[in-house]
Design a protein around this ligand. Structure first.
Ligand SMILES: Cc1cc2nc3c(=O)[nH]c(=O)nc-3n(C[C@H](O)[C@H](O)[C@H](O)COP(=O)(O)O)c2cc1C
Length: 258
């Protein structure tokens, strides 16, 4: 019942080391075409992709990510939530609507951006390339905004490296769908730690190529470690979103519309 696409999706693994040769430009264009054709909320197309070809800019991004392998990604993109373009189109028509950058538009734009990125990942993997998402670009979102010259009403959501894999990572275990897929309403478990104990064990059999000699910790320990080491800069992400001109204010439910 699996077709080639599903086979590829089920064998997805993040690739962090690539062969030095780049991807043929025709293929890069095809990937961008796939992004362009991705479904888009309200038809707003509020996403933009910035391809990084300048080694100095790549270096700056790797520094923000604090991940050296970013420099070695032959093709590197930053996927940007973009409400600026539509705001400019509206202004050119003489309309100065505040809603161009309200929370609804912001989330819509972030969703569009994630979908486009994942479509590109699927397409790249379908052709045998490896892909590396970079959420670490948000280690310093403000710096990245400056590096990429991003105008107001834009926000860099995620980076993406693509290339020919130079490593064969193991398939990383995932929580079973009994914890992730429910019917009709949300299911709360009595004891999560007990319920996931088998998965916790399974995760410890996985070797992360970032630290090849060591098995990774149990899933529950990974959760603890991630939740207890929040980075100060990343806590400020919403401030950066606001600085970009997005309107984060909550709508007063008692406010009457004139
Ligand atoms: C939005 C997002 C951001 C990510 N950011 C990074 C990153 O900054 N650096 C990195 O090495 N991997 C990053 N990853 C990859 C995840 O660590 C990886 O998907 C996860 O550990 C599961 O492993 P797998 O993709 O091999 O199955 C990111 C993945 C996603 C979806």
């Amino acid at each position: 019942m699996n077709n080639a696409m599903i086979e590829k999706q089920l064998s997805h693994r993040t690739v962090r080391e690539f062969k030095p040769e780049s991807i043929n430009e025709e293929i890069v264009s095809k990937l961008m075409e796939v992004a362009r054709r991705t479904a888009t909320s309200n038809g707003m197309q509020s996403t933009t992709i910035i391809r990084i070809t300048d080694p100095l800019v790549k270096r700056q991004i790797a520094d923000i990510c604090k991940q050296e392998y970013v420099v070695r990604a032959p093709v590197l993109f930053v996927f940007v939530a973009d409400c600026y373009r539509n705001m400019r189109i509206a202004r050119d028509k003489g309309c100065f609507e505040e809603s161009a950058g309200d929370m609804d538009r912001f989330f819509q734009s972030v969703t569009d951006t994630c979908l486009a990125a994942q479509n590109v990942v699927n397409a790249a993997e379908s052709m045998g390339y490896g892909a590396l998402y970079l959420g670490s670009t948000l280690n310093d979102a403000q710096k990245l905004i400056e590096v990429l010259n991003l105008p107001e009403l834009t926000f860099p959501v995620v980076g993406l490296g693509i290339g020919i894999p130079n490593q064969e990572p193991a398939l990383k275990p995932r929580l079973g769908n009994e914890f992730k897929v429910f019917e009709n309403s949300y299911k709360v478990f009595d004891n999560y730690l007990e319920s996931i104990s088998q998965y916790d064990e399974e995760m410890q059999t996985y070797y992360d190529l970032r630290n090849i000699n060591q098995r990774v910790d149990s899933f529950s320990n990974q959760i603890i470690s991630k939740l207890t080491t929040a980075s100060a800069k990343r806590q400020e992400i919403l401030n950066v979103v606001r600085k970009q001109g997005f309107i984060l204010k909550l709508k007063d439910p008692h406010e009457t519309i004139e």
